[in-house]
Design a protein around this ligand. Sequence first.
Ligand SMILES: NC(=O)c1ccc[n+]([C@@H]2O[C@H](COP(=O)([O-])OP(=O)(O)OC[C@H]3O[C@@H](n4cnc5c(N)ncnc54)[C@H](O)[C@@H]3O)[C@@H](O)[C@H]2O)c1
Ligand SMILES: N[C@@H](CCO)C(=O)O
Ligand code: NA
Length: 918
Amino acid sequence: MRSLAITSPVPPTSAAAARRQPRSSASGREVVSQCLKCEINKDRPLGGYLRIGQSQGSLLRHGSKNFIAQAAAAISVEQDEVSTYLPKGDMWSVHKFGGTCMGTPQRIQNVADIVLGDSSERKLIIVSAMSKVTDMMYSLVHKAQSRDDSYTMALDQIFEKHMASAKELLDGEDLARFLSQLHSDISNLRAMLRAIYIAGHATESFSEFVVGHGELWSAQILSYAIQKSGTACSWMDTREVLVVKPSGYNLVDPDYLESKKRLQKWFSRQPAEIIVATGFIASTAENIPTTLKRDGSDFSAAIIGSLVRARQVTIWTDVDGVFSADPRKVSEAVILSTLSYQEAWEMSYFGANVLHPRTIIPVMKDNIPIVIRNMFNLSAPGTVICKQPANEDGDLDACVKSFATIDNLALVNVEGTGMAGVPGTSSTIFSAVKDVGANVIMISQASSEHSICFAVPEKEVAAVSAALHVRFREALAAGRLSKVEIIHGCSILAAVGLRMASTPGVSAILFDALAKANINVRAIAQGCSEYNITVVLKQEDCVRALRAAHSRFFLSKTTLAVGIIGPGLIGATLIKQLGEQVAVLKENMNIDVRVVGITGSSTMLLSDSGVDLSRWKEDLQTESKPADLAIFVRHLSENHVFPNKVLVDCTADTNVASHYYDWLKKGIHVITPNKKANSGPLDRYLKLRTLQRASYTHYFYEATVGAGLPIISTLRGLLETGDNILRIEGIFSGTLSYIFNNFEGTRSFSDVVAEAKEAGYTEPDPRDDLSGTDVARKVIILARECGLRLELSDIPVKSLVPEPLTSCSSADEFMQKLPSFDQDWARQRHEAEAAGEVLRYVGVVDVLNKKGRVELQRYKKDHPFAQLSGSDNIIAFTTSRYKEQPLMVRGPGAGAEVTAGGVFCDILRLASYLGAPS
Ligand SMILES: NC(=O)c1ccc[n+]([C@@H]2O[C@H](COP(=O)([O-])OP(=O)(O)OC[C@H]3O[C@@H](n4cnc5c(N)ncnc54)[C@H](O)[C@@H]3O)[C@@H](O)[C@H]2O)c1
Ligand SMILES: N[C@@H](CCO)C(=O)O
Ligand code: NA
């Protein structure tokens, strides 16, 4: 066992010093375990260790030098119980600052401040060239070799840029030294570019030599800027230490052994606490300058991190960390606190702005964590990429870490019976693909072997197709292959997560989310590593798919884009209720409801991100367009941002209802209190319901019967659990219930009708209620729900509209003329009263006899139907299970608040079908 003495005290926060400080109340173990939560990698000795207690049962924790010091200082335990060990040789941390971080003198100063801000450990800083400089350098070479003499001007610009930056940051000897180096470099470059100009050609090593200068200059400027504060800092020309060898087109592999030797030699010459090293550049074994090619500076940081066995490599950039999805496409994307190497690897493949896969290899082999941090937001902790993120708790939502997409792909499908059981077909296919230099992005083959499909970039597919047709000419002619088919305009959506491996149900949830967003999946691939599920879909569906999948895995809300048709009494009340509740839904239920359009019969209001629900009435006056249902629906369906769309029809319009089928077909969910579709022509109704059952697009209409009362859902529950419905009988009209409940001899019949209209119970035209048509529609809706194939005309209805008033041209005219029939009504009421009875208007679904009817009935005063008040509906279900005593649902069955509430309920039912938490 190594010495437990404090071999390398870190004043003033060493354990010894800590013991002299006032004690905090937390126990040592608590403090340590709290500190440990912040630690990145538990199982690896980072800087040293800390021990509490001396027996075998003592708590031993490894950690960075900083952590050990802080923990020791904070601990309040018996003096002899705590001891720390820190090895003599300090650890390095590696920091890489890219071109954006080095964009201006001010930013370079910020970088210097960040480096100087933490003096706890030795630092190796890798820098890119100042932003755009590498591109400018490439363009110099390009200009010179194409004999464009403007290269001299471009070179002057580069000189100016660096001179100006240096003058802003440095002074005195440092400035003079830098400028003299810059002058000398520029004049060498000028000579070299002149040679390239004359030759009209640049060899690769010439060009690599030229382009690497940006890093040489930025590293020197930064190291002088750091030194200016009085802290010693050296700069390293990594061409002296990093040795690489070519490993393919535009690729190099580091020679770790040789590089390590050279690095040790370098250190022995220039020991320092802070070293600024050039990113991107290296040299060959023969000492010829070269570069690490694409993403070179990240790669440099990782290689150097591995060479010095750094505690950590921090990649500083301009984002807060790695997002769960492209934040431009998913505004709810979140920053991931941790990622495993494999996950980062998968994601970077998909162009997520993480790290080039190559970058991860050097640190992965030594298990060195990489941290992505925002230099412009130091308060953000960033994303830690390491071996096994420790803060996972096994939740399903942690299985999928992120989603990525690739656009502009084509799918190639090679199909035919002649493939099955014939070895070599796939080899032939892919050798043809290789010959045309195309890159295969995913491959899928079902085990029947009758077809194999793969995705390639759209721009390469023509060549692939031609090559396959040539290669398989005979097989196609002979019919062994039936086709080589190209499907254009595809995208890939990939779910990435280490913990998907061996977690059942992840793919089910993913595909369920896609199905519910009505997205067709064209091909699927998942390797048995299970880090990635790849789905090919139509490019136009891609963002929607991304959002649907992202929200389904609780990385963001279940978003619902809502279009409201008919902001009349019910529609406006619904909008008011939504407005009051959206924030709560978002916060507590993870549901993000956005009303993206409201259309009345003359004007409509459209918004891409959501109408302001507090001022929609004003906006509908001032910001609106002429109403056009087709444009309105297109606005919703062509919104690629929201995966789930719903149209809420709050009109009583037959024409609007006739569109439901098309909307569902388009994948737009439909919710309505409008009875016209379900009580319209039977064939249309059946077509609609068949489509609804066959798709994942939902159609809810609870408020069509009994407004907000659970009538449809109760009936569904009975039917779906196998009960037999024998008879449904009830008072289905809020209006007529109100009228007969209140028509007690104190007011005239016409007065009570006017009250019902005033209270918002009636249909827009009260004759629809009095004629019994509205009740007949409800009877039909329930009858059809029970499987009866009835038309509205099959229902005998006792109309309460006096014959002479049926021809009134408007609702107003009808209301004016109604009082002349009051006497007749008074007589009917009297007769019933005399017999100890009341008048009630009822609807009956006689399931046994497959019939329905609507009638004015008299009930004894003690009958449940006689006990109602207000606009109450009462519905009695007599079923096999509820035979002696029918199941009754009773309560207000009309009115703005309860009806809108019923529609709102359907919206939330939809959200929960789409995956919102229950
Ligand atoms: N009032 C209730 O208690 C109640 C209860 C259950 C169901 N319902 C149903 O709710 C629906 C709405 O009832 P309401 O009382 O709000 O009626 P309403 O007349 O107040 O509102 C209907 C609105 O739809 C608009 N409209 C009509 N045709 C349109 C079209 N083609 N495009 C766009 N807008 C159009 C109208 O201009 C009006 O603003 C009806 O189908 C009704 O049967 C109402
Ligand atoms: N007018 C209807 C509204 C509910 O559909 C009623 O009075 O019941
Ligand atoms: Na209802």
